[in-house]
Design a binder for this molecule. Structure first.
Ligand code: MG
Length: 158
């Protein structure tokens, strides 16, 4: 049996924080605000995996009120979500992510993001897609106020 889950995340761009997406620290004047490292790529993908298993969401398992997750490496949260669904009898077989960010352009960082995410999921980079877009200057993304991310993950019964 195959199950599919969807995830969405957004984080505000602020000064004085690193910009971390897909496990990569990307040089930029602004970074993402959040309780953890605010890696919106990892967060949307974590929610997609949990959603595919109907296993709640990232806020249920890693609440931002819990000091254990302060500054947390979100790639570790992604791995933990994989372990959680593995415990329910599923394995992740494929994932696809879209990142919407006006600046900086993420193209040069996509191969490293795919490699990092694939390693966390126990997959090859060929099984993990990351796509980057701008929002054509529209809305909060277009104004450079934040990032939005979407992800889909497919699980199979082990
Ligand atoms: Mg988040």
């Amino acid at each position: 049996m195959t199950r599919t889950g969807i995830g969405y995340d957004s984080h505000r761009l602020v000064t004085g924080r690193p910009l971390i997406l897909g496990g990569q620290t990307i040089p930029h004047s602004h970074g993402l605000a959040g309780h953890s490292d605010a890696d919106a790529v990892a967060h949307a993908l974590t929610d997609a995996i949990l959603g595919a298993a109907a296993a709640g969401d990232i806020g249920t398992h890693f609440p931002d009120t819990d000091p254990r997750w302060q500054g947390a490496d979100s790639i570790a949260l992604l791995r933990a979500a994989c372990d959680l669904v593995a415990g329910q009898g599923y394995r992740v077989v494929q994932a696809d992510v879209t990142v919407i960010l006006e600046r900086p352009r993420l193209g040069p960082h996509i191969p490293a993001m795919r490699a990092t995410l694939a390693a966390a999921l126990g997959l090859t980079a060929a099984e993990v897609s990351v796509k980057a877009k701008t929002n054509e200057g529209m809305g909060f993304v277009g104004r450079g106020e934040g990032v939005a991310t979407m992800a889909v993950a497919t699980l199979e019964v082990r």
